[in-house]
Ligand binder design. Structure first.
Ligand code: 48H
Length: 254
């Protein structure tokens, strides 16, 4: 068979445009493909919801790829060991109550679980605004290609609708800040200095619906709450993603 360049291009354009149209009205939009977003997306996808994960970078994984200071290892504490097991991420005990895993394996297995659960990935797309109409509920995301943002081109965005959105954008808490900036009843207090024990023990209580239709998780949850940071321990990110998935599923009665 002669390979046909036009057929190859048609296959890519045709199928991806179909997916974009399908996800114009999705159940859950997870913004940010770091550990908390991947966990939330994988668990929500497993519940049969249509879940789109929007990631501004080329690669998925957020801050997990880099481990601690570019040493590709992550540490997970006892409380989140079961999630390492659930996602089949190999881990070895270290000292009392710590487990060490490879950051590349951790990102890859979480990503694979999300793929298996039917999550659709939209990478290289940045969320630049949110849609909130008269009912005061977040009902969609305003998106553009990341290279448009990076090059500063004046290109108008498009909108993707969702029943609920998860802000998993990490330290920047992008969605929460957008809602705050535009007058929504949200206050982003900004994250505090390093205090791993406190940051990790409180992250679940900060993982919540902070505005109708907007759940915040991971480092973004701590940033909104004015909570501390924790460095390269990732149990809180996995647990926060799991908790966000529970809240979203409950809100959507799934
Ligand atoms: C689309 C966007 C946008 C946008 C950002 O930073 P992340 O890994 O987030 P978490 O919360 O899952 O994990 C945090 C963890 O990686 C970390 O940084 C820790 C534990 N730090 C502790 C410390 O003390 O420093 O991932 C967020 C993702 C990234 O991939 C961004 O590219 C993406 O969100 N993102 N995607 N549109 N506007 N903004």
């Amino acid at each position: 068979m002669d390979l046909d360049e036009i057929a190859i291009s048609r296959a890519i354009i045709g199928t991806q445009m179909e997916k974009l149209l399908e996800f114009m009205e999705m159940d859950v939009a997870v913004v940010g493909g770091g550990p908390s977003g991947l966990t939330a997306a994988a668990l929500l996808g497993k519940k049969g919801l249509s879940v789109g994960l929007i990631e501004k970078k080329l690669s998925i994984g957020g801050g997990m790829w880099g481990g601690g200071m570019m040493l590709p290892r992550i540490v997970v504490q006892e409380q989140a060991k079961r999630l390492l097991e659930q996602f089949d991420i190999a881990h070895t005990p270290y000292g009392s109550g710590y487990y060490v895993a490879g950051s590349v394996e951790a990102v890859s297995k979480l990503t694979a679980a999300a793929c298996d659960a039917g999550v659709e990935f939209f990478n290289l797309i940045s969320v630049e605004d949110v849609m909130i109409r008269g009912d005061g509920r977040l009902s969609g995301l305003v998106v553009n290609w990341s290279p448009v943002e990076m090059t500063g081109l004046h290109v108008d965005p498009l909108t993707m609708g969702c029943r609920i959105a998860v802000d998993a954008t990490g330290h920047d808490a992008v969605l929460a800040r957008l809602v705050e900036k535009k007058g929504g009843d949200v206050k982003v207090q900004g994250e505090g200095f390093m205090w791993a024990d406190r940051a990790e023990s409180r992250i679940i209580s900060h993982t919540k619906e902070i505005y109708p239709g907007l759940v915040v998780c991971g480092m973004a949850a701590n940033a909104v709450a004015g909570e501390h940071r924790m460095g390269p321990i990732f149990g809180g990110m996995l647990l926060s993603g799991e908790h966000a998935a529970k809240l979203v599923a409950r809100a959507l009665k799934q």
